[in-house]
Design a protein around this ligand. Structure first.
Ligand code: GDP
Ligand code: MN
Length: 402
């Protein structure tokens, strides 16, 4: 068929339009940025309504039977009614003095009454000095454990060049610790490895303690027994928003996992807390659907049965394969929190509001007679913008205060 010139021009134009049509259909388009309401003042979207900050209401201890004394709490008790539990610290030799400070606080406010053992973990051998000085802080038994390389080393499927490149970009974007390899390894270990350590195999509960933290309030009951008697899986003190730049694909990977395993989602979950987009819309948007709310995991009192379950193992393996512990900077806090918020009954998560606690720069400081050295209701002693990071109002909204 021979076309005259105007017809050729018309055919060409039609062809171009056809290609343009195909292009717009098959090219994934970037969604138009959602309109984000401007923040009026710092943290006006987050704070408790006047008079509703629970930390300013008197509170002593949780209700119910609390165990306070008994032969099972002698330092050398072996096979009595003692709960299978330990204090647990991943720590470096160089942090010895900060570790001693944490131990001193926890021993004087709580553990001298209960004598739960201390277990220290490290990616290298502990020094004699570390062992001697930590043991000298407690009547309870201390033990020292090296993390096996297969739990600590960067997994084989992580591409070194891609890691270096990603770390550089994250660091340029001011993501804290992004270019510190051991920090990524630590987060991965705390997310999905620590409870697999052979030394922990006979233990069920742990209380995670970091160096350089403070405990302010006398706790006069056995918190591990409380966890068991009240059927709790996880206890926290502080609930925070995270930096969305550390977890851009954590939620997308999680939704992929949920689609493959809808049966894993607990009917009484706290998904609303994980996906809230009202309180801090920019954050939820930047984290691609995740509010970034998390239990701050430098404090954890928990039952390892949950981490050892098939549900959590499958979830952790999915995340581990996806690579975000290295290509992004997924923390163990958001990973633990997302898993708990989706796969556990939210009634099995307990806020230890009575445990006065500080890890710089945040506090959990209750209004209780038995606290020394912290100001009731204070959330941070740092700059005021840090108050923006308080996520407790969201947890109370979607879960409960218990
Ligand atoms: P931050 O609380 O997020 O600022 O991180 P930290 O530096 O406090 O690290 C969290 C915990 O992991 C602390 O108990 C550290 O002692 C421990 N930790 C971090 N990196 C390493 C490491 O490379 N080796 C060992 N043994 N412990 C580590
Ligand atoms: Mn820390």
């Amino acid at each position: 068929m021979v076309l005259n010139r105007p017809a050729r021009a018309l055919a060409l134009a039609a062809l171009i339009m056809w290609f343009f049509f195909l292009y717009t259909i098959f090219t994934p388009s970037t969604p138009a940025p959602k309109k984000v309401p401007a923040k009026k003042t710092a943290n006006d979207h987050l704070s408790f309504p006047p008079g509703e900050d629970p930390m300013l209401a008197d509170f002593d201890e949780p209700a119910g039977i609390l165990h306070r004394t008994g032969p099972e709490y002698a330092p050398d008790a072996q096979n009595s009614a003692r709960i299978n539990a330990t204090l647990l610290s991943l720590v470096r030799n160089s942090e010895l003095n900060d570790m001693l400070r944490s131990m001193r606080d926890l021993e004087s406010t709580w553990n001298h009454k209960f004598n739960y053992p201390w277990m220290f973990f490290n990616d290298e051998e502990f020094s004699q000095e570390f062992k001697q000085k930590t043991q000298a802080e407690t009547k309870a038994k201390c033990s020292y454990h090296v993390v096996p390389p297969e739990h600590w080393d960067i997994p084989s499927w992580i591409n070194e060049d891609l890691y270096q490149e990603s770390a550089k970009i994250l660091a340029e974007n001011k993501v804290q610790y992004a270019d510190q390899k051991s920090y990524h390894q630590m987060c991965r270990w705390n997310s999905g490895m620590f409870y697999k350590h052979p030394a922990l195999q006979d233990f069920q509960y742990y209380w995670r303690v970091e160096p350089k933290v403070h405990f302010f309030c006398d706790i006069d009951y056995d918190v591990f027994r409380f966890m068991r008697d009240h059927n709790k899986t996880y206890g926290f003190t502080i609930n925070l928003f995270d930096d969305p730049k550390t977890v851009p694909t954590l939620w997308p990977e999680t939704t992929r996992f949920m689609a493959a395993h809808p049966e894993y989602i607990h009917p009484n979950n706290a998904q609303g807390w994980l996906t809230d987009a009202e309180h801090w819309p920019e954050h939820t948007q930047d984290a691609n659907g995740y509010s970034t709310c998390h239990f701050w995991s430098n404090f954890e009192i928990a039952d390892m049965t949950f981490w050892r379950s098939k549900v959590y193992e499958d979830y952790f393996n999915h995340l581990d394969r996806a690579g975000g512990f290295f290509y992004e900077r997924w923390g163990d806090a958001p990973v633990h929190s997302v898993a708990l918020g989706l796969f556990e009954d939210k009634n099995r998560i307990h806020w230890f509001r009575d445990i006065g606690y500080q890890h710089i720069p945040f506090f959990n400081c209750p209004k209780r007679g038995k606290c020394k050295g912290c100001v009731a209701g204070r959330f941070t002693d740092g700059e005021s913008w840090l108050n923006d990071n308080d996520c407790r109002p969201l947890w109370f909204k979607y879960a409960h205060m218990d």
